[in-house]
Design a protein around this ligand. Structure first.
Ligand code: SAH
Ligand code: SF4
Ligand code: F3S
Length: 459
């Protein structure tokens, strides 16, 4: 038996990819380990979105090398592989910066990992003595064949699963590396997606999150019918699968939020009343410089229609502060938009210059202190709203999906329909089930609840 360690950085698509890497390596005799110390194969599935994510990867790599060096004295080598978006962006550069890395592979090439690992092993065996140098396997192609055609069905049972239905991005926001690391937008055939969703349901999944960098640009490919596919239709199909009680989708772009999708929020009870719809900034001047293709007004108008369709919908967003040229007045408009919308949760970042992106070359880059000050101001408002939202839930009953054991003994944790993280006391046998709870208290980052009935335990 060989041990496989995978560390995942970045977005949910990387989480999905890491799970699929494990699925494809399991038949080769690998089992997952939580600790890199005893790994025979260590994969870092990396993110390139901000400079910090990349720096973190290099410091983690250094630590992996040290562990491997300690172990090599016992003739117990480790293969070190770097995948994901940094691998795609930097390719062989990674091996120049960290010569002990054995394999570098891109997000569209991981279905070829078994070959890459076999090659790395052979090269290591042939090496006389252990030099500590990597064996130089690189695959950052965007191959003609789709990785999805080769990946085996997962054998792992999860209460909530991710399912990638779309990848890549053609939007080219001026700050963002995704169009370069993930490539052009493409959709998986609807038939294939539905089959994967059925398999997940059979494995015990209750909640599916349909994933894509621009998931609502999904257009599918026949044949499951001859009309064009879109995300709304796919959601309706997935809702028909026995066992699937909850559906979510991530991440949407405002300019692809069509009425059919908004209507699905009204009509499909399995579609959860929560939407992550990034706005990035509240000033039209900044949105234009970002090439976001939506305005403050068009964004707010979408939210209005969503609230008509699903009055209790909870909203979330991403924000970038300190985009080149952002004035105090522009930033005020972001704060103003936030106060208007009152998000249930949100992610906010300081603008980070990314190589090869147009915004990196723009004049009027904002000093770090200003970015940091704005981030603090924005987060204070966002946190206050999140706390308010959580407190407002107290006394309500909700259906909650129990996903895992909590931090303390006897505790369980999961997600509310509104994507809040929920903790409660209960029997471990409830993991993987949807139960009725009453909310007892609201906190800064989540809610606490009590199970209303434990009929599920009795079944
Ligand atoms: N496809 C999604 C998410 C892309 S990346 C979308 O269009 O919204 C996730 C988030 O990272 C983005 O929404 C943005 O807020 C942030 N981000 C992307 N590039 C960034 C950069 N250069 N600096 C800071 N934050 C960035
Ligand atoms: Fe990046 Fe913009 Fe594409 Fe989102 S829509 S992935 S932020 S380029
Ligand atoms: Fe990061 Fe790549 Fe996702 S850059 S955010 S891991 S698509």
């Amino acid at each position: 038996m060989q041990r496989l360690f995978i560390k995942t950085y970045g977005c949910q698509m990387n989480v999905y990819d890491s799970e699929r890497m494990a699925d494809i390596l399991t038949p080769m005799g690998y089992t997952l380990t939580e600790t890199p110390e005893d790994a025979d194969l260590a994969i870092l599935n990396t993110c390139h979105i901000r400079e910090k994510a990349e720096q973190k990867m290099y410091s983690d790599l250094g630590r992996l090398r040290d562990r491997r060096d300690e172990r090599r004295q016992d003739n117990n080598d480790m293969i070190i592989a770097v995948g994901g978006c940094v691998a795609q962006a930097e390719g062989g550069e990674i091996m120049r910066n960290a010569p002990y890395v054995d394999i570098v592979f891109g997000p569209q090439a991981y279905h070829r990992l078994p070959e890459m690992v076999a090659r790395a092993k052979r090269s290591k065996d042939m090496k006389e003595g252990k030099t500590g140098k990597g064996v130089g396997v690189i695959d950052t192609d965007f191959p003609a064949e789709s990785k999805f055609d080769t990946l085996p069905n997962t054998e792992v049972s999860r209460a909530a699963s991710f399912l990638t239905i779309q990848e890549g991005c053609d939007k080219f926001c001026t700050y963002c590396v995704v169009p370069y690391t993930r490539g052009a937008e493409f959709s998986r055939p609807a038939k294939e997606v539905i089959e994967e969703a059925r398999h997940l349901a059979k494995m015990g999944t209750k909640e599916i999150t349909l994933l894509g960098q621009n998931v609502n640009a999904y257009h599918g490919i026949p044949p499951l019918g001859d009309k064009d596919w879109n995300l709304a239709r796919l959601i309706r199909e997935v809702a028909d699968i026995d066992g699937i009680e909850r559906i979510r989708y991530l991440t949407s772009h405002p300019s692809d939020m069509d009425q059919e999708l908004i209507d699905a929020h009204r009509d499909v009870p399995q579609l959860m009343p929560y939407l992550h719809l990034p706005v990035q900034a509240g000033s039209n001047r900044v949105l234009e410089a970002m090439n976001r293709k939506h305005t403050r007004e068009s964004y707010l108008e979408i939210l209005e229609r969503l609230r008509v369709a699903r009055p209790d919908i909870a909203l979330s967003s991403d924000f970038i502060v300190g985009f080149p040229g952002e004035s105090d007045k522009d930033f005020e408009q972001t704060l103003d938009l936030v106060r208007q919308v009152r998000y249930a949760q949100a992610y906010s970042f300081m603008y980070s210059i990314r190589p090869g992106t147009p915004a990196g070359l723009m004049e009027l880059q904002i000093p770090e202190e200003v970015k940091s000050e704005r981030l603090q101001q924005l987060q204070a408002v966002l946190n206050e709203h999140q706390f308010d939202f959580n407190k407002a839930c107290v006394g309500q009953t909700m259906r909650m999906l129990i996903e895992r054991k909590g931090r303390h003994d006897g505790q369980l944790s999961g997600r509310s329909p509104y994507m809040q993280s929920v903790t409660l006391e209960g029997n471990e046998r409830l993991i993987g089930q949807v139960v009725d709870v009453v909310i007892e208290s609201g906190h800064a980052n989540g809610i606490r609840a009590r199970i209303l009935t434990d009929e599920q335990v009795l079944v």
